[in-house]
Design a protein around this ligand. Structure first.
Ligand code: PMP
Length: 405
């Protein structure tokens, strides 16, 4: 980014070298690196406190409880929610499982999803209902006619991703939600794991019932994901786990649940990581949004144009840079194994990129026919790194091609 200091400097992991070579981290859709301020917030809790929350009246516990609840407010504010509408969980996967298993859908309920669903959205719904998957076009854009026809079957749930972690496509979620509201009485569940790290969301304007996201994909520590739920929607949801911390009263044969969101947070939570998550949000909110978006678009442009300029890779996703995040999933056309390329990119050139099915195997199989290589950028990346990765890829594919073709 064009500012006085490089954001790279805030991320100590980027000081690492592999075999004397600086590293370039381009696996941000899997998880992002953590800035020093997040590491400091976590260290501070363990160094100066370390006690449990919501349990006792002693000073350390009260301070920890306050820090935990203040962090919830920071996270809730970030998406325009009230604090009691935000449940602290482990990750997006847990959040989506909580909704799928906690709604009272009854037998044979229909759920409408999309074929680009991450396994975390696909499998929980498949377990509890009959899942109809909306198709996508060859670039990964949702088939609006098919979606509309599935809504006419009166599903009880519509479960979509805001943005695909394979194609990078940002779906027209506002329009899709409006169509759902106009057609059926479904609960709308949005997976914002890939979108929220790139762009702000206001859950009220969006009119979703539930939204899940992971802090570790937006500079926070691993082990924290959130479920936003409209308060009435949350009140109707059955907790996934029961135990300490989620009840007001327990006697020999009954118990009384605490109010939302506490009834969903059984057991001792990841206190330090919640505090670290608030530090991550503070870091992101301090960035200039306009400059940030421009930078994201520059990275996106470099990723897309680099892929389109090459004859031995195919871009799995749209060739346009609009309505897309800075992510490029590539099929290697000579049948060269993506996993081997990812390992060589890392070990010989210092580029960290992901290979495989990206936990969205139905879509990757449909659009790519097998394993892919995914390059995903974030705020600390530069266009020159992406150009460098493509150059390294050219060399590798040149070397590996003849033997594999
Ligand atoms: N949904 C999407 C779109 C994702 O990209 C991911 C992470 N790859 C998930 C859900 C699951 O996130 P988590 O691993 O944090 O549960």
């Amino acid at each position: 980014m064009n500012t006085q200091h490089s954001y790279r400097d805030d991320f100590p992991a980027l000081r690492r070298e592999i075999d004397g070579q600086p590293i370039s981290y381009l696996d941000n859709a899997a998880t992002t690196l953590k800035p020093q301020s997040v590491i400091d917030a976590i260290t501070d809790y363990y160094t100066n406190n370390g006690s449990n929350i919501h349990r006792g009246k002693h000073r350390l516990s009260e301070e920890a409880s306050d820090a935990y609840e203040a962090s919830r407010v920071v996270l809730a504010n970030h998406i325009g929610a009230a604090a009691n509408e935000l449940v602290m969980l482990r990750n997006t996967t847990e959040a989506l499982n909580l909704v799928a298993s906690g709604l009272d859908l009854g037998p044979d309920a229909r759920v409408v999803g999309c074929v680009d669903a991450h396994h975390s959205q696909l499998l929980p719904w498949r377990r509890v209902g009959h899942l109809d998957l909306t198709t996508v076009d060859p670039h990964g854009r949702i088939d609006r006619d098919h979606f509309r026809s599935l809504l006419r079957k009166q599903p009880k749930v519509v479960a979509l991703a805001y943005c695909s972690n394979v194609t990078g496509v940002i779906h027209p979620v506002r329009e899709l939600i409006a169509e759902v509201r106009a057609t059926c009485d479904a609960t709308i569940v949005l997976d914002a794991a890939q979108y929220l790290p790139h762009q702000r969301v206001n859950v009220r304007e969006l009119d979703v019932d539930f939204m899940a996201f992971s802090l570790h994909k937006m500079l926070g520590p691993t082990g924290i994901g959130c479920l936003y739920g409209r308060s009435e929607a949350l009140m109707g949801l059955r907790p996934l786990a029961v135990g300490g911390g989620m009840v007001d009263w327990v006697d020999m044969d009954s118990s009384v649940e605490r109010r939302i969101p506490y009834k969903f947070e059984a057991g001792t939570p990841a206190i330090a990581s919640v505090i670290g998550s608030a530090a991550a949000i503070r870091y992101l909110e301090a960035l200039d949004p306009v400059q940030r978006h421009r930078h994201d678009m520059d990275l996106c442009e470099a990723l897309v144009s680099g892929a389109l300029a090459r004859s031995d890779v195919s871009l799995i996703g749209p060739p346009e840079v609009t309505d897309r995040i800075a992510l490029a999933t590539l099929r290697l056309d000579k049948g060269i194994p993506a996993g081997e390329v990812a390992r060589l990119l890392s070990d010989s050139y210092g580029f960290m990129a992901r290979s495989g099915h990206m936990c969205a195997q139905p879509l990757v199989t449909q659009l790519a026919g097998g394993e892919t290589l995914r390059v995903s950028a974030y705020i600390y990346n530069e266009v020159s790194e992406i150009e460098g990765l493509y150059k390294a890829l050219d060399e590798l594919l040149g070397l590996m091609g003849p033997a594999h073709s």
